[in-house]
Design a protein around this ligand. Sequence first.
Ligand code: S3P
Length: 444
Amino acid sequence: MDHATLSPLTARRAGALKGRVRVSGDKSISHRALIFGALTVGETRISGLLEGEDVINTANAVRSLGAKVERTGDGAWRVHGVGVGGFRTPDGVLDFGNSGTGCRLVMGAVAGCPISATFDGDASLRRRPMKRILDPLELIGAHAASMTDGAPLPITLNGARDPIPIIYRTSVPSAQIKSAVLLAGLAAPGETTVIEAEASRDHTERLLKHFGAEVRLEAEGMQGRKITLRGEPELAPAAVVVPADPSSAAFPMVAASIVPGSEVILTEVMTNPLRTGLIVTLREMGADIEALELRSAGGEEVADLRVRASALRGVEVPAARAPSMIDEYPVLAVAASFAQGTTVMRGLKELRVKESDRLSAVADGLRANGVEVEIEGDDLIVQGKGRVPGGGLVATRMDHRIAMAFLIMGLASEKPVRVDDVGIIATSFPDFASLMRALGADLS
Ligand code: S3P
């Protein structure tokens, strides 16, 4: 998708938000369902797949690597896999657009195959760090050659002929690093182990088990995990039901909390505890969020969430909570702006290497709308005054979550909030604007 032309959008204060909606499928699980399906011998059926640009790029990539990938209906996809280690050298460059997850996970899968593939992406992805992925993949036996001096992408990765099982301690709590190592480890004989000091989202581990691999989980210290995978399994086809994405639900959730009189039900939202840091935090701030009908779908916990508007107060968000809400800080900062009192969000170093430098993008957007904010080291401090002047123009910086967070701000601020480019929202939440309008939001 070409994002060369800017498409701005303005959010204005309107009435209360009301209604019952289901946000699109979880992005993390959607990428993984396609990749694991491609490494399985036989046919995997996926329902509820997120049909956003990031995931479509992953579908195209695994197709170029030899899997047969077909869309059979709305969110319904079929993948005919080639088996562990079975990828072939693609004809062209694998273009992952804006998606760090797609790019890094497929790097892991390619690293375990005796093939060569070139990885590229848009201007945002070309700036993001890849060494954190390539370091462990080189230990496994892959070799990466940078195509441009110093730039992380484009890069050509030569997979290992004889992948070596490794024990790897991740440098930062990152599900992408963990997943890349485990995906490469699938093709290695013996056991591959990843140790993380703080547990990151565990969809890879859950799906590996779902597809029949042997995975052992052990506690590591207070908050960490040790994950051990037995290599060279024959992955068996298994249907994947993708639940609604909690990181997309975060936007209507905060909107319903800050727009007076709102009551919204978000259905079938994944409530995996490694993804629910925002709900924990909003509840501490005084948000009225009730989980109805807790159940299990596709190996994940899900619930319908009823969110009603309420007065919020500032809180301190510990650094240890960051992995379970890493993508939710932009919209949490918006909630904090409408709260009474100071909100301190600690340990946000990783936000600097997301689709944009989110720490500075959030701070700039808040300031542009009259909110007092500071960055101290890796902490973000927002002075909530219970009201937000608004009236600012926000630079999206090729970051979908910055665009969505500030549109949510405009639904409750005194003056409208304008976002300079909303095309990028299609990477993760293509029907964001229509879903928000269906709830009563004024976006035009
Ligand atoms: C993701 C992991 C997170 C997150 C990203 C999706 C995943 O990144 O920010 O949006 O699906 O594994 P890190 O693992 O780099 O923290």
